[in-house]
Design a protein around this ligand. Structure first.
Ligand code: 4NP
Length: 161
């Protein structure tokens, strides 16, 4: 069974689509499924913001096929790990969790890079293209660490057995 990972932001058109594309590019597709969703429902079914698509493309990643999804409680069962982009997303997702097991699945994505510092990925929606490039760099650094951890945890064990 592949490990399922969900990236969450507010609109699911700027940050979490980038996080989905970046993490997916660092992990084997047959072993890991990466998705994204928003805590808001405004962009359900839409493709990511053109600025996120452009930033990803510049870095060799195609996210244009992604479709916006709205986070709901069933996602706590579907996904093994839920990474949120900022503290507000964290509060919104945790408010929907019904069990400790659900709560324990939720982590800030930048905790990988800055453990325990509660750093947010800034929302680039109201800014310019360079804000999206900055978000890309932060997510790329964090996802490099995360991908290494996930491979160590879930794949090296299989190789031994
Ligand atoms: P995101 O950015 O959470 O990174 O996708 C936003 C996109 C759209 C809106 C807010 C944040 N919005 O209000 O429509």
């Amino acid at each position: 069974m592949p490990i399922k990972i969900l990236m969450v932001c507010l609109g699911n058109i700027c940050r979490s689509p980038l996080a989905e594309g970046i993490l997916a590019s660092k992990l084997p597709k047959d072993k890991f499924i990466i998705d994204s969703a928003g805590t808001g429902n405004w962009h359900v079914g839409n493709k990511p913001d053109e600025r996120s698509i452009a930033t990803a493309k510049k870095n060799g990643i195609d996210i244009s096929h992604q479709k916006g999804k709205h986070f709901n409680t069933s996602f706590f069962e579907t996904y093994d790990y839920i990474y949120v982009m900022d503290n507000s997303n964290y509060d919104n997702v945790i408010a929907l969790a019904k069990t400790e097991n659900h709560k324990n699945k939720v982590q800030l994505i930048l905790d990988e890079l800055f453990p325990g510092e509660n750093v947010d990925v800034p929302d680039p929606y109201y800014g310019l293209q360079n804000g999206f490039d900055m978000v890309y760099e932060m997510l790329d650094d964090s996802c490099t660490i995360l991908a290494k951890k996930l491979i160590e945890k879930h794949l090296q064990l299989q190789n031994i057995i």
